[in-house]
Design a protein around this ligand. Structure first.
Ligand code: NAP
Length: 250
């Protein structure tokens, strides 16, 4: 049995994770903690799952890594500086596995992989991510990660900057720039989590779109992370390596 604690237990994702873990025959739900609760209950777990806020998650990670508790993190808002900090904590306790996945949806992970593959063949690439208006961070972690993967693929294949003659623009009109890729964030009531990756080449475009209609779509990926994190010591970013059951250490 894998002993699991959920941090952010009263949040939208936390509630869904508590239910999914509770129903998994190979997992035991040890605790669910939220703001104001005693976080020490998590110290007794094999795996801590964190769906909180960009501010709160760092405390979870520091505590769990030092205490030898593996971490499965869905909280978004990680930049390179934060990831470097986490990697430093991991170096201090190398047997601990930490998975930080900006998106636990299997379809979303495949969308990112397909986008990275397509990026080698198109002059232009932009990302449009669309989410519910209660989301704190923009762009989404998925969009950031997709942009990083596209940028890396473009660099590997010798593609320079995408063509863009814009010389006059209102602030934000071209979106945020992540690893050389423009990312546009839409927030509207009724949306859950959606993303389009738009590629353009001579006389053709390719659009790759993923839609999460329900938070249930993330649960198979979260359970996969819980089951495999102990076998992947160190920091892993993205679920990709877990799907292929090979590590993608950062
Ligand atoms: P949410 O409903 O606001 O839930 C966050 C929960 O964390 C709230 O209950 C919040 O409590 C709690 N929290 C805040 N600070 C805490 C602390 N110090 N210790 C313990 N709990 C704390 O948000 P959500 O929609 O569930 O999303 C949570 C995170 O997951 C976001 O970063 C979101 O972008 C991300 N997300 C990731 C995926 C993925 O697949 N990776 C999918 C969906 C969402 P209060 O409300 O009292 O502040």
């Amino acid at each position: 049995m894998i002993r699991v604690g959920v941090v952010g237990a009263r949040g939208r994702m936390g509630i869904a994770v508590m239910a999914a873990v509770g129903e998994a025959s190979d997992c035991e739900l040890v605790c669910g903690v939220d703001v104001g609760d005693d976080q020490s209950a998590v110290d007794e777990c094999d795996v801590a799952v964190d769906f909180t806020t960009p501010d709160a998650v760092m405390a979870t990670l520091e505590r769990c890594i030092a205490g030898g508790v593996h971490c499965v993190v869905g909280t978004t808002g990680f930049d390179d500086a934060r990831l470097d900090t986490v990697a430093g904590w991991c170096a201090g306790n190398p047997s601990v596995g930490v998975l930080i996945a900006p998106n636990f949806g299997i379809g979303a992970v495949l969308m990112m992989q397909f986008a990275a593959r397509a990026a080698a063949y198109f002059e232009s690439a932009e990302i449009i991510e669309l989410h519910h208006p209660d989301k704190i961070d923009a762009p989404s972690g998925t969009a950031r990660r997709t942009a990083e993967m596209i940028g890396a693929s473009r660099a590997l294949h010798g593609l320079g900057a995408a063509p863009d003659a814009t010389s006059q623009a209102l602030d934000g009109a071209r979106g945020a720039m992540v690893n050389g890729v423009h990312v546009h964030s839409v927030r509207a009531r009724g949306l859950v989590a959606h993303q389009e990756v738009l590629f353009g080449g001579l006389g053709e475009t390719l659009t790759i779109r993923h839609d999460s209609m329900d938070r249930a779509s993330f649960m198979p990926g979260v359970l996969l992370g819980i089951r495999r994190v102990a076998a992947h010591p160190g920091l892993t970013v993205g679920l990709d390596g877990y799907l292929d059951d090979t590590t993608s250490e950062r």
